[in-house]
Design a protein around this ligand. Structure first.
Ligand SMILES: [Zn+2]
Length: 152
């Protein structure tokens, strides 16, 4: 088993980034009760670090691979999640912008634009776009819990 830290280093290397240039990353086995059970990552309100959930498909596979960084699809997925959370860290709560950054990162790290990973993120982006359109049409302001989970 590779450590969670070494998996993050794989993902950052793929993104052409170093840990020193990136917000601090913490790990949690499962998302806490106030975060969505499907969450792969989240940011606590007013904190300066990203929390990654390590019981996800991508993390489990990346840690079990024979050689470090060798499960390319899992590492790409984690790279995309990190890019998504980093975007929030710098630009705030807007999900469309964060998913856009995630898709850009996936393309950058070589994810197949017709593949399941890219498709999954595109679908999530579309869902938040449609939700925000519905919200602006009805004038309902979405409640914010202070903690952003992905997917919500
Ligand atoms: Zn987000």
């Amino acid at each position: 088993m590779w450590s969670a830290e070494s998996v993050v280093v794989c993902a950052l290397t793929l993104l052409g980034r170093s840990q020193a240039q990136f917000p601090p990353v913490q790990f949690v086995e499962r998302p806490p009760a106030y975060v969505s059970r499907q969450a792969q990552a989240y940011i606590e309100e007013a904190s300066d670090h990203i929390v990654l959930v390590t019981s996800t498909w991508a993390f489990t596979n990346a840690r079990r691979s024979n050689f470090p960084c060798s499960d390319a699809e899992a590492i790409r997925e984690i790279a995309g999640i990190l890019a998504h959370e980093e975007w929030h860290m710098h630009h705030g709560a807007d999900e469309e912008g964060a998913y856009e950054a995630q898709l850009t990162a996936l393309a950058f790290v070589g994810a197949d634009p017709d593949g399941p990973l890219y498709h999954k993120v595109k679908k999530a982006k579309l869902a938040v776009e449609q939700a925000s359109k519905r919200t602006s049409r009805t004038g309902v302001v979405a409640s914010t819990s202070g903690t952003r989970a992905h997917p919500p």
